[in-house]
Design a protein around this ligand. Structure first.
Ligand SMILES: O=c1[nH]cnc2cc3nc(NCCN4CCOCC4)[nH]c3cc12
Length: 370
């Protein structure tokens, strides 16, 4: 069964740009997926998300399985209909958030068991149940295998055990997913910062066979430098003709450096979460609008960014954030998502025109100067 066609239209060094063609629409890569945690990209309507140019959003299985619940979600027609987003949705497996958000949790060969952070109710997540929730109840276009991500720094033995468990769970996820024409399943590379473990993980994932491959186990506190050192080898261990998705990343500079090293897809809560707290990204770097220096700054945030925030002054945004006004969260979330989409669009154009090396140099000079 042919998976979603992934057509790479240009490369420059290890960087690629292309299109992942799905049943619900094309995803231009490099792509940034806004995070739609509990069936909403926080503080944004789906029309606003679409207006930024996003081709795909991420849904969190952990949150959705707790509320509104998988069977209710299905009875309501699935996530696309529920939230009014008719473009592609990628869901994560829930495993990562169980470890970071849930109450008491236990990882065993058979399943992850945990108690809900909302009401303490007990839940069981197996590779099979996660696939059933993602692909059959939520109706995700792209589902993720259940995996185990170790924290950083990790002892080699712990990293190896988690990587091997993730492979076994990948095989069980694939067996439950089966062959589908209009939905895809991605595997997840693990191995922490150990090159040989990442090689083993990559080789065994390819033997199982997935429609795309994620790089897991990063953005867990290792920092930009250590992440880049892993990305110096990890993406190219994965098939060149399938999408490579770096989970949970990241800041704009992280995206540029990861695309340079061969990554195609990203997701991160940063643009919306930091936006709600007053942080705005611009081509000239991040700004914290809570800072008093903006109190009478009549200039717009970044005229180059298309969207409502460019029609307001920094002074007004400063006021809204200081006053904890809902509109401040809305405008800065929208601005940051629009910036991330402008960044990935600019990288796609730069790779297509063979000038990504210059783009990367200019970005460092301009974005990390202040
Ligand atoms: O191996 C993984 N497997 C499955 N899901 C993941 C999600 C992940 N998310 C992050 N990092 C998120 C970092 N965020 C940055 C912004 O603030 C919140 C945390 N790292 C991740 C690794 C994995």
């Amino acid at each position: 069964m042919m998976p979603f066609p992934f057509e790479i239209s240009a490369t420059e060094g290890r960087a690629r740009t292309g299109v992942l063609k799905t049943a619900r629409g094309d995803i231009r890569t490099p792509a940034f997926m806004p995070v739609g945690t509990a069936a909403t990209v926080k503080a944004m309507t789906v029309d606003q998300v679409k207006a930024t140019g996003a081709d795909i959003i991420l849904g969190n299985t952990y949150h959705l399985m707790l509320r509104p619940g998988p069977e209710r979600m299905e009875r309501l027609g699935g996530l696309h209909k529920f939230m009014g987003w008719d473009k592609p949705i990628l869901t994560d497996s829930g495993g990562f958030q169980v470890m970071s958000l849930a109450g008491i949790s236990k990882v065993k060969e058979e399943a992850v068991t945990f108690s809900s952070h909302i009401d303490g109710s007990k839940h069981v997540l197996t590779p099979e149940r996660s696939i059933e929730i993602q692909a059959d109840r939520i109706g995700a276009d792209i589902s993720m295998q259940l995996d185990q991500c170790v924290s950083w720094p990790a002892e080699r033995d712990a990293a190896q055990k988690a990587m091997e468990l993730s492979i076994r769970w990948g095989a069980r996820s694939k067996a439950r997913f089966g062959e589908r024409e209009h939905q895809a399943l991605f595997g997840i590379q693990q191995g922490s910062t150990f090159e040989d473990l990442r090689r083993q993980s990559s080789d065994q994932l390819q033997e199982i066979g997935f429609d795309g491959y994620a790089i897991g186990g990063l953005a867990v506190g290792e920092g930009h430098q250590a992440m880049c050192e892993v990305l110096d080898y990890a993406p190219e261990m994965l098939p060149a003709d399938r999408p490579r998705y770096l989970m949970g990343v990241g800041k704009p500079i992280d995206l540029v450096e990861a695309v340079w090293r061969g990554v195609d897809m990203f997701d991160c809560v940063l643009p919306t979460r930091a936006g709600r707290h007053g942080q705005a990204w611009t081509w000239d770097g991040p700004l914290n609008l809570k800072n008093a220096r903006f109190a009478e700054d009549q200039n717009p945030l970044d005229p180059a960014i298309d969207g409502p925030s460019s029609q307001y002054s920094k002074a007004y945004l400063h006021h809204l954030i200081r006053a904890d006004e809902i509109l401040g969260k809305v405008l800065l979330s929208w601005h940051n998502i629009a910036f991330y989409q402008a960044l990935t669009a600019a990288m796609r154009a730069a790779i297509s025109e063979g000038r990504f090396e210059q783009f990367r140099r200019d970005f460092h000079a301009r974005h990390t100067s202040n």
